[in-house]
Design a protein around this ligand. Sequence first.
Ligand SMILES: [Mg+2]
Length: 310
Amino acid sequence: MCPPGRPKGAYRSAQREGNSVRPPGRPKGAYRSAQREGTPVSGAAMRPLATMPDEIRRAIRCVLTDIDDTLSTHGRLTAAAYAAMERLRAAGRLVIPITGRPAGWCDHIARMWPVDAVVGENGALYMRYDAAQRRLVRRFVDDEATRRAHRARLAGIAERILAAVPGCALASDQLYRETDLAIDFCEDVPALSRAAVDRIVALMQAEGMTAKVSSIHVNGWFGRYDKLAMTRILLTEAFGIDIDAERGHFAFAGDSPNDAPMFAHFPHAVGVANVRAFTDRIATLPAYVTQGEAGAGFAELADFLLGASG
Ligand SMILES: [Mg+2]
């Protein structure tokens, strides 16, 4: 896990070992080191997934999931994680990725992945493929004129951040974004310090943006929306489900601080094991945690939910 999200002890340990702890090239031991040295968690959060009561497990009808470092593993979508989504859908569960990734990715995901819809750009939009109508449905928080006006301001802000924080870069997926600015601190650049990431967040906030930290990018946007707000709109509009009244029928899988609103809302939220690297940065931790990390943790969740009752 990247330094900004790692417990201090784990980061120091990684530094001592000379590990480069970033998602694409992350050494296998990185997650485990974070686990061993992670902040102890008290209370009802982060219970082993296996302790979820059977009646709760059977009641889960919809699986929402983050993508980076939750479905993906070291920057790749594994066959096991992909198959887990297919199995859940085949068993009649709704499967919906909730991500900070760009609109361009969401177009592909909504059309081609075994999912029912996708929420992208940290809640700026959802997309779903309407098979009966044979068309992609796109829904944004802001109308096109507002998005265009916001986008016109992003280049200048990006330039100021890149000049002020050495080592960061414009995220490689920036061109495929409709609404937000993504600054890479860990995906294609050597991992930056936590202080540098905090500086990026502060600069975005000074520009009047909302800023959120994922495991690889700092995302900034104009407006107060988040993953949870757009998930509420999607479930109401597309599926007629009230995520407040029906929250007991949802599981949400995630791993990092920008998942916090989802962890807080859904009582049966599940962190994949590498969430332990971020425990000091997430106000409300998920109720459960898997044994496996990243995509293996998601596959473990699918297996568990589909267990005896299928
Ligand atoms: Mg993530």
